[in-house]
Design a protein around this ligand. Structure first.
Ligand SMILES: [Mg+2]
Length: 267
């Protein structure tokens, strides 16, 4: 456990990645409501903040998103451009951080543990983020804490195009007021179940006995309870040990997830 307390992990996530790359290539899309997706019958692969305001979100059928936000501009995904821009960001991170994990086409976990001996970890991550923005033109956010879960949630809270740090020991306080939906493992089904139990905020899970969570949700319940309490000992998986994580594979995995979500939400 003491090893976990000493870790410093940053989660970096490009903001509305597909939309941002499409805007770089087509600046006329700036500040406009944009939906990236494959044709009228497809699902939304990504949408800009201007479109999300109307309730549209990724994995939603494009038709439905268009109904919510009729002025949205539909853009066909340029997946070669997404791959090459993801690689550009990857190269910068690879040059700057010895231990990192590429967890999706637009997300990275950086293990900065020990780097504070030379310079501040937060300063290092801040400069890295600025460099990525400067050299690629893409907005990116990061969250930093002692573990992967808290950092990922912190990134989400920092967005868009911003950064934040959760100090060691402050994890529970940071998580308490947030919706349980913010815990990465909590999907639609689990959220509905927790809501039916009267659980809305992470604070409530923090106050529940772990046995109750386990009885209701099995092993997942225990993991969710730990995450809610800011406990996560999973390691940053070194990139060179990640199996066949080519950009193309990451991309198709991202798109598959989109389609799977939309299928299950349609059922
Ligand atoms: Mg992203």
């Amino acid at each position: 456990m003491s090893a976990q307390l000493n870790r410093v992990i940053a989660h970096m996530d490009l903001d509305c990645f597909f939309v941002s790359v499409s805007r770089l290539l087509h600046p006329e899309l700036n500040n406009k409501p944009v939906i990236v997706g494959g044709g009228e019958r497809g699902v939304v692969a990504a949408c800009s903040y201007e479109t999300r305001k109307f309730g549209a979100h990724s994995a939603m059928p494009i038709k439905q998103a268009k109904r919510l936000c009729p002025e949205a501009i539909i853009v066909r995904g340029d997946y070669d451009a997404y791959s090459s821009h993801s690689d550009m960001v990857h190269e910068i991170i690879c040059e700057s951080v010895p231990l990192y994990e590429r967890s999706s086409i637009d997300e990275f976990y950086l293990d900065l543990t020990g780097m504070d001996r030379f310079f501040g970890c937060y300063k290092h991550a801040t400069e890295l983020r600025q460099r990525i923005i400067r050299e690629t033109g893409l907005p990116i956010s990061f969250g930093m804490s002692a573990n992967k879960t808290v950092s990922k949630i912190a990134t989400d809270e920092a967005k868009p195009n911003n950064q934040m740090q959760v100090d060691c020991g402050e994890e529970k306080i940071f998580l308490a007021p947030l919706s349980v939906r913010k815990i990465p493992m909590v999907g639609e089904k689990t959220y509905t179940l927790l809501r039916s139990m009267g659980v809305e905020k992470v604070k409530t899970v923090q106050e529940m006995p772990v046995e109750l969570m386990e009885r209701v949700l099995g092993e997942n319940g225990t993991t969710i309870w730990k995450k809610a309490n800011g406990i996560d000992t999973t390691a940053v998986e070194p990139y060179h040990e990640q199996k066949s994580m080519s950009t193309k594979k990451l991309l198709s995995r991202t798109l598959l997830t989109c389609n799977a979500c939309s299928t299950s939400s349609l059922l």
